[in-house]
Write a new protein. Structure first.
Length: 300
């Protein structure tokens, strides 16, 4: 069967045949609504799905993937080491230092002589600004001092950078980070993207300062792509649709509120609780500040 030439991978439901024509394949690919689909070099891209939606319903365990991969518009396989993936949870060897951890990772993943691997490790340490922590233990067990969460996250990213990837995928890079650590990490990733590595990551919410560092944004909801394009164009897109971003509110929170239908149910529930709780507070207020209220009622 002739498969449609799709940019990226397209999901196939169980028992559903692959598309026979290019038109049929493009009709199934809902994400082809926006023209800026090609991932060129050096942008910092954010995928913004509602939380706990597994890429907003795009992937399911019972489905298989097929399709073709295009790099800058040219069909190209992804050879080993051309891309990297960083999971949300940091899995590190706690008894090693940061430099030793990256050395072991380079020895296990990279071909070639040790001298070149050592230079790759030093480049990864410099790229993630880990020079002050390179000889410190990662720690976290046997009463050893634990490396700060932000630096542990940087080590996980540096472990993939020793492969010199062209595309780096990161799942929730700001997970469990405070606002300062999150901003510093995003500035580091922005510098990394300026060196020629395309950085694509998922994120559920961010501050206004962090949001301003994004080059492009992809909003997903219930398996559909709601927007893909420039960050500033996304604000204009929502404003034209009747959902302008309020003043003094993070655009990330505003987008999450607009695309997540669970907010309406939660707000309705809170309103009901507010009415009930308000009645209780009114009764307590009368009882506390009008102690003769009950006596007047009883003796009427």
């Amino acid at each position: 069967r002739r498969r449609a030439r799709l940019e990226g991978a397209q999901r196939l439901r169980p028992g559903r045949p692959p598309p026979r024509t290019r038109r049929q394949g493009l009709q199934r690919l809902r994400a082809a609504r926006h023209p800026h689909r090609r991932h060129g070099p050096r942008p910092l891209r954010q995928i913004h799905p509602p939380p706990s939606h597994i890429s907003s319903g795009r992937l399911r365990g019972a489905e298989r993937m097929y399709g073709e991969v295009f790099v800058n518009g040219v069909k190209s396989p992804l050879p080993y080491g051309s891309y990297g993936y960083v999971d949300r949870d940091d899995v590190l060897i706690e008894s090693l230092t940061v430099r030793e951890m990256l050395y072991y990772s380079a020895l296990l993943q990279l071909p070639g002589v040790f001298s070149s691997k050592k230079s790759f490790v030093e480049d990864a340490i410099a790229a993630m600004s880990l020079g002050d922590y390179a000889d410190k233990l990662i720690g976290g067990h046997c009463f050893t001092k634990r490396l700060p969460t932000g630096e542990r996250r940087r080590v996980s990213i540096a472990r993939e950078l020793v492969m010199r990837p062209h595309v780096l995928f990161i799942d929730e890079p700001l997970y469990h980070l405070d606002s300062v650590s999150a901003l510093l990490l995003m500035v580091t990733l922005k510098k990394l993207a300026s060196t020629g590595c395309t950085v694509i990551f998922t994120m559920y919410q961010s501050s206004t300062e962090v949001f301003g560092l994004f080059d492009r944004i992809c909003l997903l909801s219930n398996g559909n792509t709601l927007f893909f394009g420039e960050t500033l164009a996304c604000l204009q897109h929502f404003s034209n649709a009747g959902f302008p971003c309020p003043i003094m509110q993070s655009p990330s929170d505003h987008f999450l509120r607009a695309i997540n239908t669970d907010f309406d149910r939660i707000i309705a529930m809170c309103k009901n609780l507010q009415v009930s709780f308000g009645f209780i507070l009114t009764s307590i207020f009368i009882f506390i500040f009008s102690p003769n209220f009950l006596e007047n009622v009883l003796f009427l």
